[in-house]
Design a binder for this molecule. Structure first.
Ligand code: SAM
Length: 194
């Protein structure tokens, strides 16, 4: 499973940024047809807006990917030392309660063990810390669900099972408080406090 996911992202690394940022006519068409025009750039901006521009604590971005949406924000943060670590979100090497913010952009629809991923991102977050994320949820659009089930999951870019909005709300409610959650097409973005 891990190899399939790694191969999928490895083989698409040259087109990934263009597709997600709608950098050409084909990706614009793909997003319009299959994602009802939901703009990942806008969602990324919403996610990043949860992080104060003068933030200076410890922040974990998992999965960091190509940093297509995050590079400018991370570079602009003062006093931030950036360290890139390759690893499995289901088994993070970081200590308990070591981060003020954990960000997970477009990760949970790719992670194979979502339960462990929720547990691990929670574990490394300090009490009172902020968990911020966005990812695909099922049940909002038949066309998007079809694409995810028949193409993206087969190739390894997405990995089931996927949550519905209600399922996700229940998971977050068990672990976090002050949940601010929004839906945009088949994508969810949220911010909550441990
Ligand atoms: C859709 S990309 C998102 C990357 C970036 N956050 C973004 O928004 O562009 C999903 C990423 O999750 C990574 N990934 C998949 N399974 C993982 C796991 N078990 N642990 C850590 N990263 C994983 C993939 O390698 C890929 O880089």
């Amino acid at each position: 499973m891990a190899d399939k996911i790694q191969n999928a992202y490895e083989s698409s690394k040259n087109i990934y940024d263009d597709v997600l940022t709608q950098g050409n006519i084909f990706s614009k068409l793909y997003i319009k047809l299959f994602w009802n025009g939901t703009n990942d750039n806008d969602i990324a901006q919403k996610v990043l807006s949860y992080i104060p521009n003068d933030f200076s604590g410890n922040l974990l971005d998992v999965p960091v990917g190509t940093t297509v949406f995050t590079e400018h924000k991370w570079i602009a943060l003062k006093d931030v030392h950036i360290k890139c670590i390759q690893g499995d979100v289901s088994n993070l090497k970081m200590n308990d309660e070591s981060y003020d913010i954990v960000v997970s952009m477009n990760g949970f629809h790719a992670f194979p063990d979502k339960k462990k991923a929720f547990q691990e991102t929670w574990r490394v977050l300090k009490p009172g810390g902020t968990f911020i994320g966005c990812f695909y949820i099922r049940g909002k659009s038949k066309r998007t669900d079809w694409l995810v089930n028949h193409i993206l999951s087969k190739k390894g870019w997405f990995t089931p099972p996927f949550q519905t909005e209600e399922e996700l709300r229940n998971i977050l409610k068990e672990m976090y408080k002050q949940i601010d959650l929004h839906i945009d097409g088949s994508m969810v973005y949220f911010c909550c406090t441990k």
